[in-house]
Each structure stands twice: as C-alpha cells, then as structure tokens.
Design a binder for this molecule. Structure first.
Ligand SMILES: CCCCCCCC/C=C\CCCCCCCC(=O)SCCNC(=O)CCNC(=O)[C@H](O)C(C)(C)COP(=O)(O)OP(=O)(O)OC[C@H]1O[C@@H](n2cnc3c(N)ncnc32)[C@H](O)[C@@H]1OP(=O)(O)O
Length: 154
C-alpha cells in the first residue's frame, strides 16, 4: 500500500524501480491527470514524492532500513501531464548512518532532456523504528518488507 510504489494502491504513483549496476537503480513514473498541479502540468510535490520513492529504493541494495532525512528537488523543466519520467538514482557515499544519494529524471526516454534532479540524505535506523513510531501493523507487513530485502539483495 505504499503511496509511491504499491501496485494495489488505488491513488498511488505506481512508481516502478529496477536495480542497476553497483549501487544504482532506475525507475519510471508516468504523470497522469491525478498528478496535475497547474493546468496540464505535474505538481512539484508529486514529482518530489516520485524521487523520494526511487531514492528510497536504493536502501534495498544496502539491506538496512533507512528513512529520508533530507530531500532537495530542483525543477529544471515543466513536466507535462502524460510524460513518463525515467529516473536514475545512485548512492554517492555513506558516512556513518548517513547515506548520500542523487537522482535525475529525464523526459520520455532514458536519454531524454533532464526535467528534475534531486539529492537526499537517508539516515539508517533500526528496524524497531517502524514498530515504535508507526501505527500498529500486522507482523506480515514487516515480514513482507524483510522478504523484499532478501529478494533484492540475497
Ligand atoms: C524485521 C525487519 C523489518 C524491516 C522493516 C523495513 C521496512 C522498510 C520499508 C520500506 C522502506 C522504504 C520506503 C521508502 C519510503 C520513502 C522514504 C520515506 O518517506 S521515510 C519517511 C520520512 N522520513 C521520516 O519520517 C524521518 C523522520 N526523522 C527521524 O526519524 C529522525 O530525525 C532520524 C532517524 C532521521 C534521525 O534521528 P536519530 O535520532 O536516529 O539520529 P541522529 O543521531 O539525530 O542523526 C544521525 C546522523 O544523521 C544526521 N541527520 C539526522 N537528521 C538529518 C537530516 N534531516 N538531514 C541530514 N542529516 C541528518 C545527523 O546529523 C547525524 O549525523 P552524524 O552521525 O552526527 O554525522
């Protein structure tokens, strides 16, 4: 039910992400009428969510839970409704619990014009973070997340 990536989420972004070489991922997000801000254009906050999602996917490669500490987004070109953004993201460096990441989103092709760039600091947290701070979740929700780590990075 993740609003960024959950395939069954009725109003989510349905971002898809694939692991790449090294500590990289690539994702895509198609902007629909549900994501409009100004007439005909994507809302910047929605684009920021798509980037948070793709950047957040990098933590599956590390296998440690982490949360977004800081996310900075630069909007370089307007993104029309109907665009598919191809988002490439990478871990640039790790400093203690801090994971520095960056990403760029290109319009309608992996080599299309750059529309949005972002950088982020994710902070590694213990798995208990989600239990202590989240609403009560079924054990199956956490075990599904743990299984995803094993699947992506055996
Ligand atoms: C049985 C297995 C179960 C596995 C379960 C896995 C489930 C995972 C499922 C799916 C995950 C993928 C989903 C991705 C979704 C997208 C990501 C999101 O939307 S996350 C939500 C939004 N973000 C928050 O809600 C954070 C809220 N903030 C906090 O919780 C804390 O402030 C936190 C953890 C970020 C830091 O708090 P502190 O007390 O733990 O850590 P301190 O000691 O303050 O900082 C540690 C280091 O980090 C730096 N730091 C802290 N906050 C920072 C910030 N905001 N920006 C930059 N650096 C920061 C500090 O300067 C410090 O650095 P120095 O070690 O001194 O060098």
């Amino acid at each position: 039910m993740c609003v960024g990536c959950g395939p069954d989420h009725p109003t989510g972004l349905h971002v898809t992400v694939t692991a790449g070489e090294g500590l990289t991922v690539s994702g895509s997000f198609t902007v629909t009428d549900d994501h409009q801000g100004a007439p005909g254009l994507a809302h910047g906050g929605i684009l920021s969510l798509a980037f948070d999602e793709v950047l957040g996917s990098l933590i599956w490669l590390i296998g440690e839970p982490a949360v977004t500490g800081h996310l900075e987004t630069s909007y370089r070109r307007p993104v029309p409704v109907g665009t598919t953004l191809y988002i490439g993201a990478a871990i640039d460096r790790v400093d203690g619990r801090k994971i520095y990441m960056s990403a760029s989103g290109r319009e309608n092709a992996v080599d299309g014009p750059v529309s949005v760039t972002a950088s982020a600091v994710f902070v590694v947290v213990p798995a208990t973070h989600f239990v202590e701070h989240g609403r009560a979740v079924a054990p199956s929700e956490l075990s599904e997340a743990a299984a995803k780590v094993a699947e992506v990075n055996p």
